[in-house]
Design a protein around this ligand. Structure first.
Ligand code: PLP
Ligand code: TYF
Length: 397
């Protein structure tokens, strides 16, 4: 059975961490994986999470199976966070939400569901470039996956006309994966005006929007980042939304995410949910309990929710400060190069413009790890490592 099995390629991003872990240089820096580190280079354990966990320990409840769709209080909290408590889709019970194993699990549930129920010839479109796993997830569900133009290396922004033209040529019923905010890997987001045009074309052409929101709160704020989802929901279904609390609650290893689907009526939503539960059941039966409880407890308590919002704002602001600092220090050390675009980018990442050869030199000569595409995780920069990183970048430019 195993003799002919070939070695699978490493995940291009998670593979970097393997290399980083093996590096013996004490001054090493990992700007590869999308994880938020605090100014001391540590992954934070948020205070709201600690308090929610203390409350859960006080109660010490048995670990029964959760319902297939997850914790009801969690699903409700997710809906309100993603769509807004007063939104029509929530009020009219047209949105259904199931807890998922991280944002990845949510995407996989959506992909499996769509493979079953979308038109047999429906194809999937993802941005060029996109998070590596988007293609793999939809392909593994059986879809043909195409790219629509997205990043323009010359302007270091979005090739919006290219994107819009591509949307206009897609067959009705195509699935379009869109990053709701904080585009991974480029950091380049659409403007509000551009979203208006995208929503118009998607609606007119009968495309199926699949919004992936893994970084709500890291762009301009929780509500500001969720605005795109609300606007799509207003435009009418069908709509798929995957969201993740890995980054916004710093709960990476707990695997907390959700998939929400907007249908045309309460009755339709009920049928959709029944089929989605079937997808869950045949994959993992029902989700794990702890992470969902932590998030639900935090969001349900006014005090803990306020604390979460403050802590998330703290992460967002620190990343912005690192963007500013990176640019101002690079201005001193590499004045011939313009890095002002880094300030305009949103979320954890920057498509830095560094070439593969430059990334290799950063790694081999300076133990600084980035993605081959030049993507760096700005959220891994801090006041202690930034001088070292800037000096190294200036040397390899
Ligand atoms: N979607 C995007 C765009 C991401 O960057 C990530 C990052 O991990 C995910 C989905 C997956 O989220 P999770 O880590 O919660 O599975
Ligand atoms: O893009 C990133 O770095 C994060 C983390 O297979 C990640 O989204 C990377 C690769 C992967 C899963 C998560």
């Amino acid at each position: 059975l195993f003799t002919a099995i070939e070695m699978a390629p490493r995940d291009p991003i998670l593979g970097i961490t393997e290399g980083f872990n093996a590096d013996k240089n004490p001054g090493k820096t990992n700007l590869g994986v999308g994880v938020y580190y605090d100014d001391n280079g540590k992954v934070p354990l948020l205070e709201c999470v600690q308090k929610a966990e203390a409350l859960l320990i006080e109660k010490l409840s048995p670990r029964t199976y959760l319902p297939i769709e997850g914790l009801a209080s969690y699903d409700k909290a997710v809906q309100e966070l993603v769509f807004g408590a007063d939104s029509a889709v929530v009020q009219e019970n047209r949105a259904i939400t199931v807890q998922a194993i991280g944002g990845t699990g949510a995407l996989k549930l959506g992909a499996d569901f769509l493979k079953r129920f979308a038109a047999a010839n429906a194809q999937v479109w993802i941005s060029d470039p996109s998070w590596e796993n988007h293609r793999a997830l939809f392909e593994s569900a059986g879809f043909t996956v195409n790219n629509y133009p997205y990043y323009d290396a010359t302007t270091r922004g979005v090739n919006f006309s290219g994107m819009l033209d591509a949307l206009k040529t897609m067959a009705s019923g195509s699935v379009v994966v869109l990053h709701a905010c904080c585009h991974n890997p480029t950091g380049a987001d659409l403007t509000s005006d551009q979203w208006t045009q995208v929503i118009e074309v998607v609606t007119q052409r009968g495309l199926i929007p699949f919004l992936d929101m893994a970084y709500q709160g890291f762009g301009d704020g929780i509500d500001a980042d969720g605005e795109v989802v609300r606007r799509f929901a207003k435009a009418g279904g069908p709509l798929f939304v995957s969201n993740s609390f890995s980054k916004s609650f710093s709960l990476y290893g707990e695997r907390v995410g959700a998939l929400s689907i907007v249908a045309a009526s309460k009755e339709e939503a009920g049928r959709v949910l029944s089929q989605l539960k079937r997808v869950v059941r045949t994959n993992y039966s029902n989700p794990p309990i702890h992470g969902g409880q932590v998030v639900a407890t935090t969001l349900a308590s006014p005090e803990l929710r306020k604390l979460w919002e403050e802590e998330l704002a703290g992460m967002r602001v620190r990343i912005r400060e690192m963007r500013q600092l990176l640019v101002s220090k690079l201005k001193e050390q590499a004045p011939a190069h313009d890095f002002d675009f880094v300030i305009k980018q949103r979320g954890m990442f920057s498509y830095s413009g560094l070439t593969k050869a430059q990334v290799e030199r950063l790694r081999d000569e300076f133990s600084i790890y980035a993605v081959d595409t030049g993507r760096i995780c700005v959220a891994a920069l801090n006041t202690k490592n930034i001088d070292n990183v800037v000096a190294a970048i200036a040397k390899v430019l």
